[in-house]
Design a protein around this ligand. Structure first.
Ligand code: FAD
Ligand code: FO1
Length: 472
């Protein structure tokens, strides 16, 4: 591969107590014989700054890169639906790596830190690189690995166009506080990716893993079936993006909030699993010469909104509970704890789309049937759970459980932040006070009726239409 630059502002050295900015030259254990890239969030080969950083360092040290993925038998509320989607995408990545001569090892281990440490020792790694990920579970994996690895350990932000640890060192209050920083820095980071070409030296390649064999070994719910609405993997993501730009982007600005219209990109499952990079999407969207208002609207969501979610989870470890809400929201919700609830539902009644509200039930069924609820409906859906449960804590826990069990794109900073926005007013402002919600923004079915054909949405997704595909 011809030489290329790596922006070291994406990289942090991981120690047991800190994520240290790095100087130009990275450390490498003397007599180290390779570099290990511990793939996790970014499940792709091309357009991946973490892999490109590892390859860049390997060329300097004249050693090979070896990729390792550690699969855990359970991950948050993931079911066979998400493991099926993810593993098929990882299998494609393994084949892509091998076709370039880069070995890709796959481990099924309940203790990822232990697995990566013993693997790094067994290949005498001179350094280990891994992906930035703000979720508590991932920060724990990295802390555990930092305590046991015997070589320099680096984290690379290959998820955000502007690295999360660089753009801000605190919880941003709202999109309007992050947006100016994004727009000031975007041109520095929105560069095109070097293309990874076949390796000169022929490393021995491990056997590829078998998806069905691994699916038999994971310990997850099997009743939440895989969906046929999304094809896993990087090539499907790139094809879908191409179709979105050609056929839908022009009307993103005026039709995206209509859940019947189908003018959103549906990129979130592939973004969540890292099958495609947001930077790849942004570069294609910006050079598309489509409707300017739609391009700007899409970039706002893909960069400001999405990177605001990583910022929230990175600097608010209580991103998944009531303590993460701003003080004004906690005070306001506390003041309305004893308000009368007109309806009260259990987690199971919500899960079975068994409420009095056909619109809410249809949104739940859309998520169950297709693996992806429309973004506009997610706000309504979560806010009604606040209205129909005993406490905000119970509402948030139920929303997270359902979101992470049924959404392909769940278990993601976007989800924890979206639920915290809906139930706790995170990144939103205070609204006029009302029962139960206090000053948290309220939404109701009339608001939906003014935006789109509610009857059509209900007919499309109501319980009777089980299993209809996302593209009618
Ligand atoms: P598009 O409108 O095509 O947007 C393109 C991309 O921009 C998305 O893929 C996403 O990466 C980003 N984006 C768009 N809207 C948002 C947003 N509000 N916040 C952060 N990023 C955004 N998103 C998830 O990825 N996983 C979740 O589990 C999730 N749960 C949510 C729960 C609630 C209650 C709410 C209100 C929002 C949630 N979101 C979640 C955010 C948003 O709804 C989805 O990202 C979006 O609907 C994904 O569909 P799309 O790719 O077609 O979006
Ligand atoms: N990342 C891993 O490194 N190993 C896993 O076994 C793993 C399982 C998994 C299952 C469902 C899911 O939605 C995500 C999963 N991830 C796994 C993490 C994922 O790659 C992302 O890093 C985070 O979920 C988003 O930050």
């Amino acid at each position: 591969m011809k030489d290329y630059k790596i922006d070291t502002r994406r990289i942090r050295e991981i120690t047991t107590s800190a994520y240290l900015p790095v100087e130009e030259s990275l450390q490498f254990k003397t007599d180290g014989s390779c570099i290990v890239y511990w793939m996790s969030r970014e499940q792709r080969i091309q357009d991946n700054w973490a892999l490109l950083s590892a390859l860049h360092e390997s060329q300097k040290r004249n050693v090979n890169v070896i990729i390792a993925f550690t699969l855990v038998p359970q991950f948050l509320d993931a079911t066979i639906r998400q493991f099926d989607f993810m593993l098929k995408g990882i299998s494609e990545a393994q084949q892509n790596a091998h076709s370039l001569g880069i070995p890709f090892h796959f481990f099924l281990e309940k203790d990822p830190a232990k697995a990566i440490t013993s693997f790094a020792n067994s290949v005498n790694a001179g350094a280990v690189f891994t992906d930035f990920d703000p979720l508590n579970i991932k920060l724990k994996w990295k802390q555990d690995a930092a305590a046991t690895l015997s070589c320099p350990f680096y984290e690379v932000d290959a998820h955000n166009i502007i690295p999360a640890r660089f753009i801000s060192q605190k919880t941003e209050f709202a999109a309007y506080t992050l947006r100016p920083k994004v727009h000031r820095l975007l041109h520095e980071f929105m560069t095109s990716f070097p293309i990874i070409t076949p390796m000169e030296s022929k490393a021995t390649l491990p056997d590829v893993f078998d998806v069905q064999d691994v699916l038999k070994k994971v310990k997850v719910r099997k009743d939440v079936q895989p969906v046929s609405t999304f094809t896993p993997g990087t090539s499907a993501a790139l094809h879908h993006l191409d179709a979105f730009i050609k056929l839908k982007l022009d009307h993103y600005h005026d039709k995206r909030n209509d859940p019947n219209a189908g003018y959103v990109s549906d990129m979130s499952p592939w973004l969540h699993f890292g099958n495609i990079s947001a930077q790849t999407i942004a570069l294609q969207i910006q050079s598309s010469k489509k409707d300017k208002e739609s391009i700007d609207g899409y970039i706002e969501e893909l960069i400001v909104r999405k990177e605001l979610a990583d910022n929230y989870c990175l600097y608010t470890s209580d991103y998944d509970n009531f303590n993460g809400f701003h003080a004004w929201a906690q005070t306001s919700l506390n003041a309305h704890r004893s308000d009368e609830r007109a309806y009260l539902y259990s987690q199971q009644q919500f899960e079975q789309a068994n409420t009095h509200d056909p619109l809410w039930n249809a949104a739940q069924m859309e998520m169950i049937n297709t693996g992806k609820m429309h973004g506009y409906m997610r706000m309504y859906w979560a806010k009604k759970i606040l209205e129909w449960t005993h406490t905000p804590e119970e509402a948030q826990a139920i929303a997270i459980y359902l979101n992470d069990t049924y959404e392909l794109d769940g278990r993601d900073p976007n989800g924890y932040t979206g639920i915290a926005w809906s139930i706790g007013g995170v990144h939103d402002r205070a609204w006029f006070e009302r029962p139960i919600f206090g000053k948290i923004r309220y939404m109701n079915a009339n608001g939906c009726k003014s935006k789109f054909d509610v009857k059509k949405y209900i007919a499309m997704h109501s319980t009777e239409n089980k299993g209809d595909s996302l593209f009618p």
